[in-house]
Design a protein around this ligand. Structure first.
Ligand code: DGY
Length: 328
């Protein structure tokens, strides 16, 4: 048996970060863009004490069924809907994620998508690339919607939602929010946000941004009924997870122009995108890159590696999700 603990790095990471892990661990790594099949993942997990994974790896009872030595699975992601946490806890496997380090980059991107949808930035670029910019016009050039001094509605007021609210204040926006739990008065004050119920938010907001974690409860949180409450001039941005928006219903609403525009970073069944969304011009599409700056992705890999190192050294990982394992 090897003296070094064995770990799996299930997706490609920065070469220098991988080399650092190889100094301390015997590493099985997948440095391709191919995602392991469930069988491949189960087989790899059977032979390691720790694993670094991304949202593409589903860690459930099946994946864990032969993982007799596994102590930790560290997600390189703040969202962990790819984890069946009760199954991990039952198997005695620590689950960790990467909060905080991506808050600002993700909030920046949410804001960028909102601006791009409202001001029709990608649509305008396509227009130029197609050679359609042959004259100037006051009324026919792509006319957008303002952000400044409008109402920003945020659904999901965790760290990223609060980051978006603070950016909205800089644009003179009136910020309203809905969240499972209302913020403290102090936190509401810090981001200048007023709590409202979901229906009020959808009716009043000029720009709706979704930042809620995915769960059975948030599946299709925004469907045809909810979109119908929105203003015809409103935009919808999803930087949370695919499945929170009913993409087919959104495509139908955008086609019928019952809302002005949308921007998505995440999709139901990604990397596949609903074919009806691809046909529309009043939507901005991004490939799940809200946290993808080099600095932030490095910080995420680094935090995931620190979580893994701590668990394998018998210490509490800095961002342990199933804390009950630590109390046992
Ligand atoms: C996250 O960290 O949850 C991002 O969506 C990347 O998966």
């Amino acid at each position: 048996m090897s003296a070094k603990p064995r770990i799996l790095v299930a997706r490609a990471i920065f070469p220098d970060a991988l080399a650092k892990l190889e100094e301390s661990f015997e590493v099985q790594s997948n440095q391709t863009d191919e995602v392991f099949s469930p069988d491949q993942l189960r087989n790899h997990l059977a032979n390691v004490e720790g694993a670094l994974v991304f949202g593409s790896e589903r860690i459930d009872q099946n994946a864990l069924s032969d993982a007799k030595h596994l102590k930790i699975v560290a997600n390189i992601s703040v969202g962990y809907n790819n984890f069946d946490v009760p199954a991990m806890t039952a198997a005695g496997v620590m689950a960790t994620n990467t909060p905080d380090v991506l808050t600002d980059s993700t909030a920046d991107f949410g804001f960028a998508l909102m601006m791009a949808a409202a001001r029709r930035i990608t649509e305008s670029e396509h227009w130029i690339r197609k050679g359609q910019w042959d004259k100037m016009s006051i009324v026919y050039n792509p006319l957008g919607m303002d952000l400044h001094h409008t109402t920003l509605g945020i659904i999901g007021m965790g760290r990223i939602g609060q980051g978006i609210a603070k950016r909205g204040l800089g644009f003179g926006m009136n910020v309203i929010y809905n969240n499972r739990k209302r913020l403290s008065t102090e936190d509401e004050k810090a981001c200048g946000a007023r709590y409202v119920d979901k229906e009020t938010l959808l009716r009043e907001a000029d720009h709706v941004v979704l930042v809620v974690p995915y769960s059975a409860e948030s599946h299709h949180l925004i469907g045809a009924k909810e979109i119908a409450l929105m203003k015809p001039t409103a935009t919808l941005v999803n930087i949370a997870r695919g499945g929170i928006v009913d993409d087919a219903a959104l495509a139908a609403a955008l086609k019928a122009k019952t809302i002005f525009a949308a921007a998505l970073d995440v999709y139901e069944g990604e990397p596949k995108v609903h074919p009806e969304l691809l046909k529309l011009s009043n939507i901005v599409l991004a490939p799940h890159i809200a946290s993808a700056t080099e600095k932030t992705r490095r910080a995420m890999v680094d935090l995931a590696a620190r979580n893994l190192r701590a668990a394998l050294a018998g210490e509490k990982p800095p961002s342990l999700i199933n804390t009950e394992l630590w109390q046992k």
